[in-house]
Design a protein around this ligand. Structure first.
Ligand SMILES: [Zn+2]
Length: 383
């Protein structure tokens, strides 16, 4: 059943932590009798509990309402290029069970789907007694996803095409499955459990092995007509740059991924070790090696240019930066912010666009995968 009022009340309770029936009515404009009826349903449906922590103003203590954090659970899967990770999470991002399976670079479609199933089986094995309370499985996958069919259409990193993730997992586990691009899942994770808050136009830019972004407008992830919205990694920023994995020349991605940082470091530093990695560049910069600091500062400038393009196209209120490359934020961020400041079109953009680095660490994508189901529950009301 879908009910707009129910969704409003449920989110009011979630976002406020604890709130009285009277305050819900006052703040939402829904009549007190309707609030009472819907709250009764929500309690009955195991989503809300009463508590008695409210401050008394003379009379008896008011009864407050809170989200029943462990009323339901969701499974989140992060299908990366090297490994597939899985969790079971409650309604507020508490993690109860973890599993992980390594995958090799030349994996076949069948092997990939088997590994996905294996991860789901493992998390369920630890937490299977609550299967009736599990809402479904959210899968975050790099590359282009057909959201309707839950198919991974193409992923440059693994080379897999047309992988029927949703169909396979739904058949095997008899649970609803939602598949989403990893940067968009990351955006949802940040929105639900990190720096998102109640931002109207909220974006995450993910810079790691590739570059992607996600945008949430009024609580909804934006996909675009063909599901390509936010592919900023493949916006060209140089006509005579390197060739990108997508075939185009000078894509943003070819300047700022971990591999790109290594390539640029090797080019500009004559005695750079042959087996240099992005982690090593960061480590050497931290040791005070100026040439490596310079490579990272230059990377910050490129990232800044990409962000300015993004701001001018999308104009979000807040951008959170995530992904492995941001681990060297102490060297990147000053030049990112300076470049943005120098290049944006109007002062208001400089003053009001909030830029932050994610604090969720490596769990951001997997929590976002879990949040795919939560977003359905809280905004479309799927119970
Ligand atoms: Zn490209």
């Amino acid at each position: 059943m879908k009910s707009v009022n129910k969704s409003i009340i449920l989110n009011k309770i979630r976002l406020s932590g604890s709130i009285s029936r009277a305050d819900i009515a006052r703040e939402s404009g829904i009549t007190p009798p309707t609030v009472s009826t819907i709250v009764k349903e929500l309690i009955h449906e195991n989503l809300v509990v009463e508590s008695h922590l409210g401050e008394s103003i003379g009379g008896r203590k008011p009864t407050l309402l809170q989200l029943k954090e462990d009323g339901y659970y969701v499974i989140g899967i992060d299908a990366g290029s090297n490994r597939i990770k899985g969790i079971i999470s409650d309604l507020v991002g508490g993690i109860y069970s973890r599993a992980e399976v390594e995958i090799h670079p030349n994996i076949t479609k069948e092997e990939f789907l088997n590994s996905l199933s294996e991860v789901v089986e493992q998390v369920l094995k630890d937490y299977g007694q609550h299967k009736d309370k599990i809402l479904g499985i959210g899968v975050a996958m790099h590359g282009i996803i057909d959201i309707e069919t839950g198919t991974s259409l193409s992923s440059v990193n693994s080379g897999l095409i047309n992988v029927p993730i949703k169909k396979t997992l739904e058949k095997k586990f008899d649970l609803p499955v939602i598949v989403e691009n990893n940067s968009r899942a990351m955006t949802l994770g940040e929105y639900w459990f990190g720096n998102g808050g109640a931002t109207k136009r909220f974006a995450v830019i993910n810079i790691g092995r590739g570059v992607g972004s996600g945008l949430i407008v009024d609580n909804k992830l934006i996909h675009g007509a063909q599901g390509v919205n936010g592919e900023i990694g493949h916006v060209s920023i140089s006509l005579d740059g390197e060739r990108c994995s997508c075939g185009n020349i000078g894509c943003f991605e070819t300047f700022v991924t971990g591999d790109a940082i290594v390539r640029r470091a090797k080019k500009s530093i004559s005695n750079a070790p042959e087996d240099l990695t992005a982690e090593e560049v960061y480590r050497l910069a931290k040791q005070g090696r100026k040439e490596y600091i310079q490579v990272l500062e230059e990377t910050g400038k490129f990232i800044g240019i990409g962000i300015v393009n993004f701001i001018h196209t999308v104009n979000p209120n807040k951008i959170v930066l995530g992904g492995g490359v941001l681990k060297s934020k102490e060297f990147l961020l000053p030049s990112i912010l300076q470049t943005i400041s120098e290049r944006v079109l109007i002062d208001k953009l400089r003053e009001e666009t909030v830029i932050e680095v994610s604090k969720l660490g490596d769990d951001i994508t997997i929590l976002g995968a879990a949040a795919l189901l939560l977003n359905e529950l809280f905004y479309c009301y799927i119970v």
